[in-house]
Structures are given as structure tokens and as C-alpha cells.
Design a protein around this ligand. Sequence first.
Ligand code: ATP
Ligand code: MG
Length: 291
Amino acid sequence: MKTGKLAKTYRVDSGKYFRMKDFDPTDTGHWRSKEHAEQALLESIARTAELQDRLYAQDRWSLLLIFQAMDAAGKDGAIKHVMSGVNPQGCQVYSFKQPSSQELQHDFLWRTTLCLPERGHIGIFNRSYYEEVLVVRVHPELLKNERIPDPLVTKHVWEERFEDIRSFEKHIARSGTLIRKFFLHVSRKEQKKRFLARLEEPEKNWKFSAADIRERNCWDDYQEAYEDLIRNTATPDAPWYVVPADNKWFTRLVLSSVIVDTLEGLKLCYPKIDAGKRKELEAAQRLLLNE
Ligand code: ATP
Ligand code: MG
């Protein structure tokens, strides 16, 4: 079954009419089960590898994939699966946690800017500068740690951050970085189930942290913050994808389809060889054959 439509179904490229409640975390489109989707996912992962090879060889475009989600929505597993076929040399994953004291000495886009993918590469941000309008908004005391001069912190701070993010994304898009942003949309009910599994199954214990429950208690604040940020930062150049995340196999299928669709859109081809280079290759071939 074709996956092409999946890349469009969950895409939000204008925030004007966006409402979180229009998106269902349990949705699986017309895909019935993990088994039903398995072949399509395998094909999509293989296609990603082929396209990445050309992206790398061409060395002009880069791709930035941003993952945001509530805890236990499956970011880590999704990244692991969807990128499983790619050449690690051309792909870097960065996880952004609480900022360090050095990072806090700089503007909020500094640390992520250092990690942007170079030409020909795929960069994955597991959390990102979007935390600055999420966790920092839900817990405004974190803003104090950033030590921005008082007169600059007004009631417009979140609006200003949205504006900065939009401009920043426009800037890197204009330089040849394609940006795709994924919100893994898990339901509160499914999060509870996954937390319980992390508590009950010894091999999953390490994944649990007491902070997870504290953040769960702020569920509605986070949902509102996500809704507002998607409304304010979804653009045709840097769209959001609100990916249903209650079924991990479906999340992965959607993500992989978006990545393939995005890379296909670039019409990537291997660098063309000019007449001079062709002669050089032929001469090298002759030398080797005559050895
Ligand atoms: P896991 O799936 O392993 O739980 P995680 O991405 O949740 O992965 P954690 O180490 O549990 O990683 O949490 C990282 C924490 O860092 C998150 O709670 C996140 O909100 C917080 N964080 C990230 N960026 C910032 C930021 N700029 N300011 C404050 N906190 C941040
Ligand atoms: Mg966590």
C-alpha cells in the first residue's frame, strides 16, 4: 500500500486554523495493524538510505529534523527505527536537555546553532530550541536562570521568541537547510500506560525519572503551549507534523514517509562529471588495468 498521502495528512504549514483537538493521537489512517504496515515501513527506510546517499554525494542541501513530544511519546525509539538504514557518517543526532551554565551565558538559539547539519548531512534534534517556548513557558522560573536583562523580559516574551524562531528558520532555509518538525502526539492515557510499563518492567526502569510525573501534572499547560507554538511557527518552509503517537508502528510509518517525501522533493542526483574529470577517471582506469 502507498504511503505518499501520509506525508500530507498530518502536515501543518500554516497555523491560522490549527487546533490540537482536530488531531487524534490514536489515528492510524487506513492502516490496520503493525503487520499491515511492516512492508511499507521497510521499503520507506530503504528508500531513505538511497536518498541520503545522494544528499551526501551532492553536498548542497541539508535536512534538519526536529522532534518534540511529551515524555514517553516514543521519540528515541522512532529516531532509532526510522534512521536505521542511513550512513552514520552523514547523520548526527543531538539531544537537548537542561542547558549547562555555559549555554546559559548565551542567547537561546546559540547551543542549537552549533549543532546545525552541514551541507549534505541530516541533523536530528531530539528536543530543541522549542523547549524555550515549552518547558520555560510552563515553568517561567526557568527564564530567570537565563539572566536576560530585566527590561528586555516583558509580557511579549513568548511572541518575541516565536518571531525569533520564525526568522531563524527562514534564514537557515534560505541557506539550503530543509526543516521538518515533528510533534509526536501521544494521549494522556497512553502516557500513563507507558509510564506504568517503565515502572513494572525491570529492563525499562532506567527510562523513568521522577520529573516525568511532575511534568505530567502540567499536561494541560503543555498542550496549550504546544498548540500556541504550532500556530505561531508552522510555515511552508518549516512545517510541523502532528504525528499520532499512541501506536508506535504508525508514528514510525508517518515519520519515514515524511522524510522520503521531503528528500524526493529535492530531485537529488549524483554530481555530474565534466569532460576534464572524465579524462582523469579514464587515465586512472588505464593505469590500474596496465599494472
Ligand atoms: P527520555 O526519553 O530519555 O526521558 P528526554 O528528552 O525526556 O528523554 P530527559 O533527560 O528526561 O530527556 O529530559 C530532558 C529535560 O530537559 C526535559 O524535561 C526538557 O524539558 C528539559 N529541557 C530541554 N531544553 C531545555 C531548556 N532550554 N530549558 C530548560 N529545560 C530544558
Ligand atoms: Mg524524560
